[in-house]
Design a binder for this molecule. Structure first.
Ligand SMILES: [Zn+2]
Length: 339
């Protein structure tokens, strides 16, 4: 088969479009022909060496396609079925799996990091990770797990966002950010979208953002307060991390919920923790998603209530360009590869 893979971590140029052995499904696995694969920041982190992978490695966590064959012992999966791959790997037996929290599994991993992923014509995955596509088209489906599923876990499952909330979303025009804006709007919240490039304001307004702020503005926190009658945002969706934590905490209303995930800008930050107890702030980590999070996102996407904005769908051989675009922060919405 053809695949885009790297022999050693490095810049986007290490991604090579080349022949790779066809994977063979083992017990409990299915072989999927990839129709579309989402390109995400975590693919960039794998390729650059921030996440360790086997070598050579095929990235790609968000996979939609069609079942080609199944391995021994697989039941309830039919060849030819359209599927979306739930990307979280878990052992199904540990304390956290028993609690229904596979994203906290002691043996957790992501397809495309712990195993070869979807930058390929074919990929083998655990059959238990297959969700039926239903009416969803593969490109929409492949835009959902890492961005919409994770944003749902944070905003809905963790923070219970709803009417009366004001949600501040950092990096709002990217894959994860544009998902967070749509989900918060779907539940009736007011959204303040923070972006580093004023050219993206129109895109965010089209997604329903109520206000757009320049994330580099020196009086950013004052602007958030000015937009919220001095109270601050009741929910902050921060997937940037070290660089934005001080402004995130500064922007939170009393009793506010701070969602932290991703950490694009690195893990170190300095915040005044007094506010956490004096104003009863809630700090919530968000890591991946449950199957149920993803199923609910799929249902809303199928109904047209959530609409991934597809910035570009590129052929498989263009994985390098896709990574360069993500790293340039030019992207509005999703980039996909279509093998
Ligand atoms: Zn487990």
């Amino acid at each position: 088969m053809k695949a885009c893979r790297y022999q050693a971590p490095g810049g986007p140029e290490v991604l090579r479009f080349e022949d790779a052995p066809d994977p063979e499904p083992g017990a409990g696995e299915a072989l999927v022909r990839v129709s579309a694969c989402g390109v995400n920041r975590i693919d960039v982190w794998a390729r650059s060496g921030r996440y360790k992978t086997a070598l050579p490695h095929i990235p790609g966590t968000d996979i939609a396609g069609e079942v080609v064959s199944i391995g021994p012992g697989v039941k309830g999966v039919e060849e030819g079925a359209g599927v979306l791959v739930y990307p979280v790997l878990s052992d199904g037996t540990c304390e956290y799996c028993r609690q229904g929290r596979p994203n906290l599994c002691l043996a957790r991993g992501f397809i495309g990091i712990a195993t070869d992923g979807g930058y390929a014509e074919l990929v083998k995955v655990p059959a238990a990770n297959l969700l039926p596509l239903g009416d969803l088209d593969p490109k929409t489906a492949a835009s959902l797990p890492v961005n919409f599923g994770t944003a749902w876990n944070g905003l809905v499952t963790k923070a219970g966002v709803g009417k009366g909330d004001t949600v501040l979303v950092w990096g709002a025009a990217g894959g994860l950010g544009h998902a967070a804006v749509q989900i918060a709007k779907h539940f009736g919240a007011r959204v303040i979208a923070a972006v580093g490039d004023a050219k993206k304001a129109q895109f965010l307004k089209s997604l329903g953002a109520d206000a757009v702020l320049d994330s580099k503005s020196p009086d950013f926190v004052e602007r958030v307060r000015a937009l919220t009658d001095g109270l601050g945002a009741s929910v902050v969706f921060d997937h940037v991390g070290g660089d934005t934590w001080p402004a995130s905490f500064g922007s939170l209303a009393r009793g506010g919920r701070m969602l932290t995930l991703g950490l694009t800008s690195g893990p170190k930050s300095e915040v005044d923790v007094r506010r956490v107890y004096q104003d009863e702030l809630k700090l919530m980590g968000v890591y991946g998603q449950s199957r149920d999070d993803l199923r609910r996102v799929m249902d809303l996407a199928a109904a047209g209530s959530l609409k991934p904005s597809i910035y570009e769908a590129l052929p498989l051989r263009s994985a390098r360009e896709a990574h360069e675009a993500i790293e340039s922060r030019e992207v509005q919405g999703k980039i996909l590869l279509t093998p």
